[in-house]
Ligand binder design. Structure first.
Ligand code: NAD
Length: 245
Protein backbone atom coordinates (compact mmCIF):
# COMPACT_ATOMS: atom_id res chain seq x y z
CA UNK A 1 0.00 0.00 0.00
CA UNK A 2 2.95 2.38 0.43
CA UNK A 3 5.28 1.36 -2.39
CA UNK A 4 7.56 4.22 -3.44
CA UNK A 5 6.70 6.34 -0.37
CA UNK A 6 9.21 7.71 2.12
CA UNK A 7 7.88 7.82 5.70
CA UNK A 8 9.30 9.41 8.83
CA UNK A 9 8.09 8.14 12.25
CA UNK A 10 8.91 9.95 15.51
CA UNK A 11 8.97 7.82 18.67
CA UNK A 12 9.71 4.92 16.34
CA UNK A 13 11.87 2.99 18.78
CA UNK A 14 9.15 1.13 20.68
CA UNK A 15 5.42 0.68 21.23
CA UNK A 16 3.00 2.13 18.67
CA UNK A 17 5.78 3.89 16.72
CA UNK A 18 7.94 0.76 16.30
CA UNK A 19 4.92 -1.27 15.18
CA UNK A 20 4.02 1.46 12.69
CA UNK A 21 7.54 1.29 11.25
CA UNK A 22 7.11 -2.50 10.92
CA UNK A 23 3.70 -2.26 9.22
CA UNK A 24 4.96 0.45 6.84
CA UNK A 25 7.98 -1.72 5.91
CA UNK A 26 5.66 -4.70 5.30
CA UNK A 27 3.83 -2.37 2.90
CA UNK A 28 7.03 -1.47 1.03
CA UNK A 29 7.66 2.09 2.26
CA UNK A 30 11.15 3.46 2.90
CA UNK A 31 11.11 4.27 6.61
CA UNK A 32 13.23 6.53 8.78
CA UNK A 33 12.65 6.30 12.53
CA UNK A 34 13.37 8.99 15.08
CA UNK A 35 14.03 8.32 18.76
CA UNK A 36 15.29 10.24 21.77
CA UNK A 37 18.69 8.49 22.18
CA UNK A 38 21.31 6.87 19.94
CA UNK A 39 21.19 3.65 22.00
CA UNK A 40 17.43 3.08 21.61
CA UNK A 41 17.50 4.07 17.93
CA UNK A 42 20.29 1.53 17.22
CA UNK A 43 18.43 -1.16 19.21
CA UNK A 44 15.26 -0.65 17.15
CA UNK A 45 17.21 -0.64 13.87
CA UNK A 46 18.93 -3.94 14.86
CA UNK A 47 15.63 -5.54 15.92
CA UNK A 48 14.02 -4.61 12.59
CA UNK A 49 17.08 -5.81 10.66
CA UNK A 50 16.73 -9.26 12.25
CA UNK A 51 13.15 -9.30 10.92
CA UNK A 52 14.42 -8.41 7.43
CA UNK A 53 13.54 -4.70 7.50
CA UNK A 54 16.19 -2.10 6.61
CA UNK A 55 15.52 1.31 8.15
CA UNK A 56 17.65 4.29 9.10
CA UNK A 57 17.36 6.37 12.24
CA UNK A 58 18.13 9.74 13.80
CA UNK A 59 17.86 11.16 17.32
CA UNK A 60 17.46 14.95 17.14
CA UNK A 61 16.16 16.87 20.14
CA UNK A 62 12.54 17.39 19.09
CA UNK A 63 12.46 20.70 20.96
CA UNK A 64 15.45 22.08 19.08
CA UNK A 65 14.23 23.43 15.76
CA UNK A 66 17.74 23.81 14.27
CA UNK A 67 18.54 20.15 15.02
CA UNK A 68 15.29 19.04 13.41
CA UNK A 69 15.89 21.20 10.33
CA UNK A 70 19.34 19.64 9.91
CA UNK A 71 17.94 16.10 10.31
CA UNK A 72 15.21 16.74 7.73
CA UNK A 73 17.77 18.17 5.29
CA UNK A 74 19.96 15.05 5.76
CA UNK A 75 16.93 12.82 5.05
CA UNK A 76 16.02 14.82 1.93
CA UNK A 77 19.65 14.60 0.70
CA UNK A 78 19.55 10.81 1.19
CA UNK A 79 15.99 9.92 0.09
CA UNK A 80 15.02 12.93 -2.07
CA UNK A 81 11.56 13.37 -0.49
CA UNK A 82 9.34 12.85 2.55
CA UNK A 83 5.82 11.68 1.66
CA UNK A 84 4.54 10.75 5.12
CA UNK A 85 5.29 12.23 8.55
CA UNK A 86 4.00 10.38 11.62
CA UNK A 87 4.23 12.49 14.77
CA UNK A 88 3.98 9.77 17.39
CA UNK A 89 6.57 10.56 20.14
CA UNK A 90 4.85 11.39 23.38
CA UNK A 91 4.87 11.16 27.16
CA UNK A 92 1.97 10.85 29.59
CA UNK A 93 1.17 12.17 33.06
CA UNK A 94 -1.01 11.04 35.93
CA UNK A 95 -0.28 13.26 38.94
CA UNK A 96 -3.02 15.29 40.64
CA UNK A 97 -2.89 19.04 39.99
CA UNK A 98 -1.50 19.79 43.50
CA UNK A 99 1.51 17.56 42.77
CA UNK A 100 2.07 18.77 39.19
CA UNK A 101 4.69 21.52 38.89
CA UNK A 102 4.67 24.21 36.27
CA UNK A 103 7.82 22.54 34.86
CA UNK A 104 6.00 19.16 34.62
CA UNK A 105 3.24 20.87 32.66
CA UNK A 106 5.69 22.64 30.31
CA UNK A 107 7.61 19.41 29.67
CA UNK A 108 4.55 17.55 28.46
CA UNK A 109 3.48 20.45 26.23
CA UNK A 110 7.03 20.67 24.82
CA UNK A 111 7.15 16.99 23.82
CA UNK A 112 3.53 16.31 22.92
CA UNK A 113 2.73 19.62 21.20
CA UNK A 114 5.72 21.85 20.40
CA UNK A 115 7.74 18.96 18.95
CA UNK A 116 4.87 18.26 16.53
CA UNK A 117 4.84 21.92 15.48
CA UNK A 118 8.62 21.80 14.94
CA UNK A 119 8.48 18.62 12.86
CA UNK A 120 5.61 19.83 10.68
CA UNK A 121 7.22 23.25 10.16
CA UNK A 122 10.46 21.62 8.99
CA UNK A 123 8.82 19.06 6.67
CA UNK A 124 6.06 21.13 5.02
CA UNK A 125 8.31 23.11 2.62
CA UNK A 126 9.53 19.81 1.11
CA UNK A 127 6.00 18.41 0.89
CA UNK A 128 4.84 21.59 -0.87
CA UNK A 129 7.76 21.29 -3.30
CA UNK A 130 6.67 17.68 -3.90
CA UNK A 131 3.03 18.73 -4.54
CA UNK A 132 1.65 16.76 -1.62
CA UNK A 133 2.10 14.64 1.46
CA UNK A 134 0.47 13.11 4.50
CA UNK A 135 0.90 14.23 8.11
CA UNK A 136 -0.48 12.00 10.87
CA UNK A 137 -0.47 12.82 14.56
CA UNK A 138 -0.98 10.56 17.56
CA UNK A 139 -3.77 11.93 19.68
CA UNK A 140 -5.59 9.92 22.38
CA UNK A 141 -9.09 9.12 23.53
CA UNK A 142 -8.38 11.52 26.42
CA UNK A 143 -8.49 14.33 23.83
CA UNK A 144 -12.24 13.80 23.78
CA UNK A 145 -13.08 12.93 27.40
CA UNK A 146 -10.19 14.32 29.47
CA UNK A 147 -8.91 12.16 32.34
CA UNK A 148 -9.32 12.31 36.13
CA UNK A 149 -5.63 13.20 36.85
CA UNK A 150 -2.52 14.28 34.96
CA UNK A 151 -4.19 17.31 33.34
CA UNK A 152 -1.17 18.12 31.13
CA UNK A 153 -1.63 14.96 29.09
CA UNK A 154 -5.22 15.48 27.89
CA UNK A 155 -4.47 19.19 27.46
CA UNK A 156 -1.63 18.28 25.11
CA UNK A 157 -3.82 15.87 23.13
CA UNK A 158 -6.62 18.45 22.76
CA UNK A 159 -3.87 20.64 21.25
CA UNK A 160 -2.84 17.81 18.91
CA UNK A 161 -6.42 17.74 17.62
CA UNK A 162 -6.26 21.53 17.19
CA UNK A 163 -3.04 21.33 15.17
CA UNK A 164 -4.59 18.55 13.07
CA UNK A 165 -7.85 20.36 12.31
CA UNK A 166 -6.22 23.75 11.64
CA UNK A 167 -3.38 22.53 9.45
CA UNK A 168 -5.69 20.25 7.48
CA UNK A 169 -7.41 23.44 6.30
CA UNK A 170 -4.21 25.45 5.79
CA UNK A 171 -2.42 22.70 3.86
CA UNK A 172 -5.29 21.21 1.82
CA UNK A 173 -4.63 23.57 -1.13
CA UNK A 174 -1.15 22.01 -1.33
CA UNK A 175 -2.52 18.45 -1.42
CA UNK A 176 -1.17 17.77 2.07
CA UNK A 177 -3.61 15.74 4.18
CA UNK A 178 -3.45 16.07 7.99
CA UNK A 179 -5.20 13.56 10.26
CA UNK A 180 -4.80 12.07 13.73
CA UNK A 181 -5.36 8.68 15.29
CA UNK A 182 -6.80 8.68 18.82
CA UNK A 183 -5.88 5.36 20.46
CA UNK A 184 -7.64 3.98 23.49
CA UNK A 185 -5.63 2.05 26.09
CA UNK A 186 -2.94 0.26 24.09
CA UNK A 187 -0.47 -2.41 25.23
CA UNK A 188 2.88 -0.51 25.29
CA UNK A 189 5.44 0.65 27.88
CA UNK A 190 3.15 3.63 28.51
CA UNK A 191 0.67 1.37 30.33
CA UNK A 192 3.16 -1.34 31.44
CA UNK A 193 3.32 0.17 34.92
CA UNK A 194 -0.39 -0.46 35.51
CA UNK A 195 -0.94 -3.51 37.73
CA UNK A 196 -3.16 -6.35 36.42
CA UNK A 197 -5.85 -5.49 38.99
CA UNK A 198 -6.20 -2.07 37.33
CA UNK A 199 -6.19 -3.50 33.79
CA UNK A 200 -9.01 -6.03 34.41
CA UNK A 201 -11.66 -3.45 35.45
CA UNK A 202 -10.47 -1.22 32.60
CA UNK A 203 -11.19 -3.95 30.08
CA UNK A 204 -14.75 -4.24 31.44
CA UNK A 205 -15.37 -0.64 30.26
CA UNK A 206 -14.32 -1.42 26.68
CA UNK A 207 -17.20 -2.77 24.55
CA UNK A 208 -14.83 -4.78 22.34
CA UNK A 209 -13.65 -6.51 25.53
CA UNK A 210 -9.89 -6.05 25.21
CA UNK A 211 -7.22 -3.35 25.25
CA UNK A 212 -5.67 -2.27 21.96
CA UNK A 213 -2.53 -3.78 20.48
CA UNK A 214 0.11 -1.56 18.82
CA UNK A 215 -0.83 -3.19 15.49
CA UNK A 216 -4.43 -1.95 15.81
CA UNK A 217 -3.09 1.60 15.84
CA UNK A 218 -0.40 1.00 13.19
CA UNK A 219 -3.07 -0.33 10.81
CA UNK A 220 -5.08 2.88 11.24
CA UNK A 221 -1.94 4.89 10.36
CA UNK A 222 -1.45 2.64 7.32
CA UNK A 223 -4.96 3.36 6.04
CA UNK A 224 -4.66 7.12 6.61
CA UNK A 225 -1.18 7.25 5.04
CA UNK A 226 -2.29 5.33 1.95
CA UNK A 227 -4.12 6.54 -1.14
CA UNK A 228 -7.21 4.69 0.15
CA UNK A 229 -7.67 7.76 2.38
CA UNK A 230 -7.12 10.26 -0.44
CA UNK A 231 -10.28 12.25 0.45
CA UNK A 232 -9.81 12.10 4.25
CA UNK A 233 -8.31 15.13 5.98
CA UNK A 234 -8.86 16.93 9.29
CA UNK A 235 -10.15 13.72 10.87
CA UNK A 236 -9.45 12.41 14.39
CA UNK A 237 -9.91 8.65 14.02
CA UNK A 238 -10.75 6.89 17.31
CA UNK A 239 -9.20 3.42 17.56
CA UNK A 240 -10.35 2.45 21.03
CA UNK A 241 -12.78 -0.48 20.94
CA UNK A 242 -15.58 2.05 21.59
CA UNK A 243 -14.17 2.83 25.07
CA UNK A 244 -15.95 5.94 26.25
CA UNK A 245 -14.60 7.17 29.56
P1 NAD B 1 5.94 4.38 24.49
O1 NAD B 1 6.31 5.00 25.78
O2 NAD B 1 6.13 2.93 24.28
O3 NAD B 1 6.66 5.14 23.28
C1 NAD B 1 6.85 6.53 23.27
C2 NAD B 1 7.82 6.91 22.18
O4 NAD B 1 8.02 8.31 22.24
C3 NAD B 1 9.17 6.23 22.33
O5 NAD B 1 9.64 5.80 21.07
C4 NAD B 1 10.06 7.35 22.87
O6 NAD B 1 11.41 7.26 22.43
C5 NAD B 1 9.42 8.59 22.27
N1 NAD B 1 9.71 9.75 23.09
C6 NAD B 1 9.31 9.98 24.36
N2 NAD B 1 9.87 11.14 24.80
C7 NAD B 1 10.63 11.63 23.78
C8 NAD B 1 11.45 12.76 23.62
N3 NAD B 1 11.63 13.65 24.58
N4 NAD B 1 12.08 12.92 22.44
C9 NAD B 1 11.93 12.05 21.44
N5 NAD B 1 11.18 10.94 21.53
C10 NAD B 1 10.54 10.74 22.69
O7 NAD B 1 4.42 4.78 24.31
P2 NAD B 1 3.32 4.49 23.18
O8 NAD B 1 2.15 4.00 23.90
O9 NAD B 1 3.86 3.73 22.03
O10 NAD B 1 3.02 6.00 22.76
C11 NAD B 1 3.08 6.48 21.45
C12 NAD B 1 2.05 7.59 21.29
O11 NAD B 1 0.74 7.03 21.49
C13 NAD B 1 2.18 8.73 22.29
O12 NAD B 1 1.99 9.96 21.62
C14 NAD B 1 1.05 8.48 23.28
O13 NAD B 1 0.60 9.65 23.90
C15 NAD B 1 0.01 7.88 22.37
N6 NAD B 1 -1.03 7.08 23.05
C16 NAD B 1 -0.72 5.94 23.72
C17 NAD B 1 -1.73 5.22 24.36
C18 NAD B 1 -1.46 3.94 25.14
O14 NAD B 1 -2.35 3.47 25.86
N7 NAD B 1 -0.29 3.33 25.00
C19 NAD B 1 -3.05 5.68 24.30
C20 NAD B 1 -3.32 6.85 23.60
C21 NAD B 1 -2.31 7.54 22.99
Amino acid sequence: MLKGKVALVTGGTRGIGLETVRVFKENHAEVILLGSREETVMKAIDELKKEGHEVSGYYPDLNNYEEIEKTIKDIIDKYGRIDILINNAGISANKKIEDTTSEDFSKIIDINVKAIFNMIKAVVPYMKENNGGVILNTSSMVSIYGQPSGVGYPTSKFAVNGITKSLSRELAPFNIRVNAVAPGVTRTDMIASLPEEQIAPLIKTIPLGRIGEPRDIANAFLFLASDLASYVTGEILSVDGAARS
